[in-house]
Design a binder for this molecule. Sequence first.
Ligand code: NAD
Length: 230
Amino acid sequence: MKKKLVILTGAGMSAESGISTFRDSDGLWEKYRVEEVATPEGFAANPELVLNFYNQRRRELLATKPNAGHTGLAELEKEFDVRIITQNIDNLHEQAGSSHVIHLHGELMKACSVRDLHTTYALSPDSPDIHIGDTDPHGVQLRPFIVWFGEAVPMIEPAIREVEDCDIFVVIGTSLNVYPAAGLLNYVRRGQPIYLIDPKEVKAYRNDIHFIRKGASEGVKELTKILTDS
Ligand SMILES: NC(=O)c1ccc[n+]([C@@H]2O[C@H](COP(=O)([O-])OP(=O)(O)OC[C@H]3O[C@@H](n4cnc5c(N)ncnc54)[C@H](O)[C@@H]3O)[C@@H](O)[C@H]2O)c1
């Protein structure tokens, strides 16, 4: 039976595809306040600004492609039962060919209505924008299918179940600042190997982590070597 490899990814996973991370200072997130574009209150105050912000993010995503880190993780399915838990709203893991992806914070290429955050509608790459006045079949305004700060994270429960019985746990490109995602590390049983790939130092509250201080593409290459040599 294949070993179960669970991988938690964050914004750094997609950085080499050209998608801005959250906290590294490179412009995008410096131009917007999180409260403005990533909270239900921000949406209520200025829905047009928020819809436009995510319309731009969607167009940015449509112009990018998975990097060698994403494809390297998809390749690992040959030898491992790979489960990806991502904080990212892009679909680059799926584009790279990963079969099991849990999105903790929603998905950019989907919409939901402002009254029902669970029923989703796929957005077409040919007409990816959401506008004021676009509605679900019940006539309720659509919004991006994104878990904003202050909203429940329903996918955390299935994610915890994946982590609890993993054989190997890997963290890639997340500053481990956003909860409950960051807390998943606590569910890895003692004795199971944990690897963390990030070019910068990340504070993780466990003393049993093997750090790989590299970007996602190089880091996944090194991880693959370590896992397949052992
Ligand atoms: N692609 C996306 O979908 C996307 C992009 C930006 C923000 N977000 C959201 O922002 C929130 C922020 O949390 P976060 O921890 O994911 O992001 P973060 O910006 O807080 O942390 C990013 C981490 O990635 C590391 N990093 C930078 N370049 C890297 C590279 N080339 N390879 C590997 N790691 C690299 C940084 O050192 C940092 O530790 C999340 O909720 C996430 O949903 C998502």
